[in-house]
Design a protein around this ligand. Structure first.
Ligand code: DI6
Ligand code: FE
Length: 402
C-alpha cells in the first residue's frame, strides 16, 4: 500500500491538463500528495489504495490547480486615487503627467517608501489574491527607475516569497518609464538599465526574467532589442509589454528572442501573432487595464486562437492603469470584454500562466510530479469562476500540500 501525506477524495477535478475532456475534468476524482507534490491524481476508482496520513472528503466540490497571476506590479508605493478623481473631473492624462503625476508620482512614492512599508502595502494586496486561491504570482519592479530602488522593490518581492505561502516569480522592469533626470535622454537611461542596473540585479539574483515597456511613450523596439541582448548575456529570459497603445512590432521582436510572454497586445497584427505562435510565446491579456483606460480596441483573440497562441490572463495589478486585486474579476472581464470562454480564462490563470513564467514543469495543472497547489471551490461547474461578479466561492486553498 503506497504511503502518502494527504488525500483529497470525492472531488471533481478540473485538472486543466491538455487532453480530450473540457477543463481536463474528472468526475469523482482523487488527489494524493507526498512531500508537497502531487503523487497521484485521477479517477477515484483507478487510484491505488493509499495509506494516507490525512484524508479530506471534498463532498463533490471542484478542485482546480492553484491560480496563477502571471503579471503584476504588486510592490509599489502610494496610490493614484486622487488622479482618478482629477481625471473624472475632466483633467487629461497629459495634464496630470505635466503636473508631476502619472507613473512618475508612483516612482516618487516608491523611492521614498521603506522596505517595510512596501512590504506592508503589497501584503494587503496579496491577501486579496490569496483569498481567491492564487498560489503563484509574478511581481515586477519598474517604479524605482534607479538601481537601488529597483533592487529594493525586488527584495520586497523576495521577502514576500520567503514569508508568505505563495510562489513568487520576479521580473526586472527597469525599462518601464524614463525617469525625470533622464528626460530627453532615453538612450542614456536604457544604457544604464541594460548595463550597470542589470548587472546589479543579476549579481544579486533578484530577477527571474527581464521585462520592458515597448511603446511610443516608453521604449522603442531598437532600445528593447538592446535590453534583450543584455538579458541574453545574463541567461535571463525576457518578456514584454507590447502593442498596448499602438503597434510597434514589439511582440514579434520578443518572439525572436524566445520571450516567455508578450503582454497586453490590443494592437497585435497577424505577423505578430504568427511570430508568437512560431516561437511559442504566451499572449498575456490584461482586461483590467483595458477596462480602466476605457480602451476602444480589444486584443485580437480570434487571431490568437487561429494561430494556436496560448492565452494567459492576469490582473496587471498596478496603481495607474489597473488597480485590481481580483483574479476572478480578471477572468470575468476576459469573458465579457474579450469574449474568451470560461475554459479559456481558467486555462489562462493556470496552465498558460505557468508557461508565461517558465514554470510549466512545476505548476499550472493537477498532474503527478507537480507542486500540490490546489484551489477547492464551492461551485457546481468551473464556468462559475468566470461567470460571477464579486463573488468568491473559494472553499479552501492548498499550497505545497498545506
Ligand atoms: N503599462 C501600463 O498600463 C502600466 N505600465 C505599463 O507598462 C502603467 C503603469 C502606471 O501608470 O503606473
Ligand atoms: Fe503591466
Amino acid at each position: 500500500m503506497p504511503a502518502c501525506g494527504k488525500i483529497w477524495t470525492h472531488a471533481r477535478l478540473a485538472t486543466m491538463a491538455p487532453g480530450q475532456t473540457p477543463y481536463g475534468a474528472i468526475e469523482d476524482g482523487l488527489v494524493a500528495e507526498q512531500g508537497g507534490r502531487i503523487l497521484w491524481a485521477g479517477p477515484r476508482r483507478e487510484a491505488p489504495s493509499f495509506s494516507a496520513a490525512e484524508t479530506i472528503d471534498c463532498e463533490g466540490r471542484w478542485i482546480t490547480p492553484g491560480l496563477i497571476d502571471c503579471h503584476t506590479h504588486l510592490v509599489h508605493g502610494g496610490d493614484r486615487a486622487h488622479e482618478f478623481e482629477l481625471r473624472l473631473g475632466g483633467a487629461s492624462y497629459e495634464e496630470i503627467a505635466r503636473a508631476g503625476g502619472g507613473i512618475l508620482s508612483t516612482v516618487r512614492a516608491t523611492r521614498a517608501a521603506s522596505e517595510d512599508a512596501l512590504f506592508a502595502s503589497a501584503d494587503r494586496r496579496l491577501a486579496d489574491l490569496i483569498a481567491e486561491g492564487v498560489t503563484t504570482i509574478e511581481i515586477k519592479s519598474g517604479y524605482g527607475l534607479e538601481t537601488d530602488s529597483e533592487a529594493k522593490q525586488l527584495r520586497v518581492a523576495c521577502r514576500i516569497c520567503r514569508e508568505r505561502p505563495v510562489r513568487v516569480a520576479t521580473s526586472f522592469l527597469g525599462a518601464h518609464a524614463i525617469p525625470p533626470d533622464y528626460k530627453d535622454r532615453s538612450d542614456d537611461y536604457l544604457d544604464l538599465v541594460a548595463g550597470p542596473m542589470l548587472d546589479a540585479i543579476a549579481e544579486q539574483k533578484l530577477a527571474d526574467a527581464v521585462d520592458v515597456f515597448c511603446e511610443t511613450i516608453a521604449f522603442s523596439p531598437a532600445q528593447t532589442e538592446r535590453l534583450f541582448k543584455a538579458a541574453r548575456l545574463k541567461n535571463l529570459p525576457v518578456k514584454i509589454h507590447a502593442e498596448q497603445l499602438s503597434n510597434l512590432g514589439g511582440a514579434a521582436l520578443a518572439a525572436s528572442y524566445g520571450a516567455l510572454s508578450a503582454d497586453h497586445l490590443e494592437y497585435l497584427d497577424a505577423d505578430g501573432a504568427a511570430a508568437m505562435a512560431k516561437a511559442g510565446v504566451v499572449a498575456t491579456l490584461l482586461p483590467g487595464a483595458y477596462y480602466f483606460l476605457r480602451e476602444a480596441k480589444a486584443p485580437p483573440v480570434d487571431l490568437l486562437r487561429a494561430r494556436g497562441v496560448p492565452i494567459a490572463i492576469a490582473t496587471d495589478c498596478n496603481p495607474g492603469t489597473s488597480p485590481m486585486t481580483s483574479i476572478l474579476l480578471a477572468m470575468n472581464m476576459g469573458c465579457t470584454l474579450f469574449r474568451l470562454t470560461p475554459e479559456e480564462t481558467l486555462a489562462g490563470v493556470t496552465r498558460h500562466a505557468a508557461r508565461a513564467l517558465g514554470l510549466a514543469h512545476r505548476v499550472g495543472t493537477i498532474e503527478a510530479g507537480k507542486s500540490c497547489d490546489l484551489a477547492i471551490w464551492d461551485v457546481e461547474r468551473p464556468a462559475e469562476l468566470s461567470y460571477r461578479i464579486g463573488a468568491n466561492p473559494l472553499f479552501s486553498r492548498v499550497w505545497r500540500g498545506q
